[in-house]
Design a protein around this ligand. Structure first.
Ligand code: DGL
Length: 277
């Protein structure tokens, strides 16, 4: 059991909320939560050392995320962790809760329930990493929340890499190309709702939306995650105090030198690029 000897200092309202992802995918989630809870302090870790999580075995994903949690715990003792990554959440969330029993974890779970509710034709698409698509966790969500729906599952490995490495340098048109195959398959299958079940895909929301057409609704879990964080902090009376805006810092794992795009991502979200951990 890791983290058991920590004091209670993270119960303090000013302790940061930590967001973790294999890369930049969790930043849109941090943004949404920060909009809801602007007085909080935020730290973000892009686990560039272990990127990508999608093709890894469950145990490797757990070890990677547990390492990130341990490093953040020692350095910042956050009051709450958000796994802003579907792959990490479906494979590591339960084990992390067991491993760090004094910490609170909020996971990012594929938004199957709202998608099944929104679908009129009862046919939904799920776009996720290969890992998430094959997880028993996803099967259970579908069984529980979408029993009457046909579900078309598609992976987007090139999309994850594209977003992480080339989003700001790609030629116009490449964004459309990178999502074209998945969009064509969803159109063929005539789904009317698609779950973006990998946080990286949110960067291509507009392109996916126009490739799928007006009639197809896109669903992700930013709002669910942000509201869950707010609910936990308020029920435990651990909200950040004051009227002023809190800080937000983005850290990277892995070796020197960090690739320049991470500074761009931080700047794009109005977050301080705080360098390597
Ligand atoms: N952003 C991650 C997710 O939500 C995973 C991307 C990856 O590292 O493969 O699933």
């Amino acid at each position: 059991m890791r983290g058991a000897s920590l004091t209670n200092s993270s119960a303090n309202g000013t302790a940061p909320i930590a967001f973790l992802d294999s890369g930049v995918g969790g930043l849109p989630y941090l943004k949404w939560t920060r909009g809801l809870l602007p007085a909080e302090n935020y730290i973000y870790l892009a686990d560039r050392k272990h990127f990508p999580y999608g093709p890894k075995q469950p145990e490797e994903i757990f070890q990677a995320v547990a390492e990130c949690v341990s490093v953040f715990l020692k350095k910042f003792d956050p009051k709450l962790f958000v796994l802003a990554c579907n792959t990490a959440s479906v494979f590591a969330l339960e084990k992390l809760r067991a491993e760090f029993p004094r910490k609170t974890f909020v996971g990012t779970v594929p938004a199957i329930k709202p998608a099944a509710e929104a679908s009129r034709v009862k046919k939904i698409g799920v776009l996720a990493t290969a890992g998430t698509l094959h997880a028993a966790y996803l099967d259970n969500l579908i069984e529980r929340f979408a029993p009457g729906c046909a579900v078309v599952r598609l992976p987007g490995p090139d999309i994850v890499n594209f977003v992480e490495k080339r989003l700001f340098t790609a030629q116009p048109g490449e964004k459309r190309l990178i999502i074209a195959e998945a969009a064509a398959r969803f159109r063929e299958e005539a789904v009317d709702t698609v779950v973006l079940a990998c946080t990286h895909f949110l960067y291509l929301l507009d392109e996916i939306h126009s490739a799928l057409g007006e009639g197809v609704r896109l669903i992700d879990s930013r709002e669910g995650v942000g509201r869950r964080v707010a609910e936990i902090l308020s029920s435990e009376n651990r909200q950040g105090a004051g009227e002023k805006t809190g800080s937000a810092k983005m850290y990277l794992s892995g070796g020197w030198p960090p690739e320049p795009q991470y500074e761009f991502f931080a700047g794009f979200f109005g977050i301080e690029a705080a360098g390597l951990l």
